[in-house]
Design a protein around this ligand. Structure first.
Ligand code: FAD
Length: 499
């Protein structure tokens, strides 16, 4: 989808027959009265990231009330905000929206925030052997100096080949190394792919299936349009927080509370074996009863929350692993590279890329700052997760200076280190059947989490789509006897058309 098409969807033109106006739905639910509300099923949602809030929104569209419980003081999770020492709020981690993100476009239209979307042309580069090369269009591609003519042709063929894969299942038993060697050849493997994969997986990638690179090549290609294949990226003014808060505001208006700074201690499970059933939550030492519980946190967190679940299920969940991240944000008084993403095919550096989000976000939206993220993905158990912020800062700045001699340390306004242990789910060769489903062996306990989004990449688009899928699953299993606020929704002519 081109940026223009995206804007058309976001403007609401393509969402016909139009979903009920959110305000109309909210007014109807608010007017539904206590009797209706008392008989309506209520779902507890654990986690107030994009997935948790979007799930509550989708359930509301189906006429099902929920309550969201978020451990931290603000919504957003990985897509949440960071307040800089000067009071300016920016994204804790870098987040781009692509013109192909059609579900997000429709969601923004429905919530009336499409006018907050901004897109810009961007540039991608490669840092190889001390040099930066543009990879923005076909001409750059055909000129890419680190590779010979045949290798460049084969690199182009690899990207094309990925677009032609119709059934990703054919790739899940093939290692990423085998697939890239087959299509790109030895030279490109050694000079481009191998160092990038080493950096990305913090060393070992022998068990990584080709689906990993396939989904990336397809997504990257979707940022490019026109004969010259120019690239674009976008954002909401205020980041994903604008989207999350638009949903949260309407949820609260419709009587779906959102509890911040409220960590869930345990999911209450009554009965054993086939009779096990989720009945509510333990929050701040208090029991709260619900018709169903949906957890949107990462699998290791989910596992800790369900001590009452069958032991075999607990054991099954223990197999899900994640890459973590250490991601300093460099706040500068001037641009650094001008590239959205500078990929680093050089394992000497501690970070895997230089991501300058103010290459597509106008600095006026982020306090006049220039924002550069320097991520390092970490394997489970990486000692880097334990390094102090000062150690990370010293190592990162020294290496940035080495990599970009024009970088002036005096341009640094703030240096903020953020880290997370569970960022990107790791799926090995032929491990699709190890992915836990939305339904669990415990009745009325649901898991909606990024590890289930496979082989697609986890991002705002795929997470919001997954929220719809989870809502449909929950809706289908809620006790039929329980009343639905759907009556109110249906009478307003609601049709869940986005997505
Ligand atoms: C470095 C980085 C770059 C990214 N780049 C992009 C990008 O360019 N574009 C894009 O679209 N996406 C991007 N993403 C991905 C995107 O951020 C995630 O896919 C998305 O935010 C996942 O949302 P979630 O709700 O599933 O999980 P999370 O955001 O992890 O939310 C889970 C929530 O559960 C809460 N929680 C956990 N335990 C409890 C408990 N016991 N009680 C209550 N609450 C609890 C947590 O506090 C958290 O808020 C990026 C992510 C990272 C880390």
């Amino acid at each position: 989808m081109s940026i223009r098409e995206f804007e058309r969807v976001a403007s609401g033109v393509d969402t016909q027959p139009s979903p009920m106006a959110p305000q109309e739905l909210i007014d109807r639910l608010a007017a539904a009265g206590d009797a209706d509300a008392a008989s309506a099923p209520t779902v507890a949602i654990v986690g107030g990231g994009i997935l948790g809030v979007a799930l509550a929104w989708e359930l509301l569209r189906m006429g099902i009330r929920s309550e969201v419980f978020e451990a931290s003081p603000s919504l957003g999770g990985l897509a949440g905000p960071l307040t800089l020492p000067d009071g300016v709020e920016v994204d804790r981690f870098y987040h781009a929206i692509l013109s192909s993100d059609s579900h997000l476009a429709a969601l923004c239209a429905e919530l009336g925030i499409a006018d907050q979307l901004r897109f810009a042309q961007t540039r991608t580069g490669f840092y190889v052997d001390g040099n930066i090369y543009s990879m923005n269009n076909i001409v750059d591609f055909l000129r890419f100096p680190p590779l010979g003519m045949i290798d460049r042709f084969r690199l182009g063929l690899t990207v094309l080949r990925a677009q032609m894969v119709r059934d990703w299942r054919a790739l899940e038993g093939v290692s990423v190394e085998e697939w890239l060697l087959r299509w790109s050849g030895e030279n490109t493997w050694r000079n481009v792919w191998q160092p990038m994969l080493r950096a990305k997986f913090d060393g070992s990638f022998a068990d990584v299936p080709a689906t990993w690179i396939w989904s990336r090549l397809v997504r990257v290609k979707s940022t490019r349009s026109g004969a010259s294949q120019t690239e674009g990226a976008g954002h909401l003014i205020g980041g994903y927080r604008t989207l999350i808060e638009a949903m949260a505001k309407r949820l609260e208006q419709a009587g779906c509370p959102i509890h911040l700074s409220t960590p869930v201690q345990e999911v209450l499970i009554e009965g054993e074996g086939a009779a096990a059933r989720a009945t509510g939550l333990c929050v701040a030492g208090q029991m709260r009863r619900f018709d169903a519980v949906a957890v949107t946190a990462q699998v290791p967190v989910f596992r800790r929350l369900i001590p009452g679940a069958p032991a075999a299920y607990q054991k099954f969940l223990a197999d899900t692993d994640y890459l973590g991240i250490v991601c300093p944000l460099l706040v500068l008084d001037r641009p650094l590279t001008g590239f959205w993403t500078l990929n680093i095919a050089d394992t000497r550096f501690p970070f895997t890329g230089v991501i300058e989000t103010t290459s597509y976000i106008d600095p006026k939206y982020v306090g006049g700052h220039h924002l550069v993220y320097l991520p390092k993905y970490t394997a489970p158990g990486s000692p880097l997760q334990q390094a102090s912020d000062e150690e990370v800062k010293a190592l990162w700045l020294e290496n940035l200076q080495q990599m970009l001699p024009s970088f002036d340390p005096a341009s640094v306004r703030f240096f903020e280190v953020h880290r997370e242990k569970y960022v990107e789910p790791l799926h090995g060769l032929n491990e699709t059947d190890q992915i836990p489903g939305i339904e669990t062996p415990v009745a009325q306990l649901y898991l909606a989490t990024t590890a289930q989004i496979y082989p697609a990449l986890t991002n705002g688009e795929s997470v919001a789509r997954h929220a719809l899928e989870a809502a449909q699953c929950i809706e289908a299993h809620l006790p039929a006897a329980a009343g639905r606020l759907a009556a109110a929704a249906a009478s307003a002519g609601a049709t869940a058309t986005h997505g």
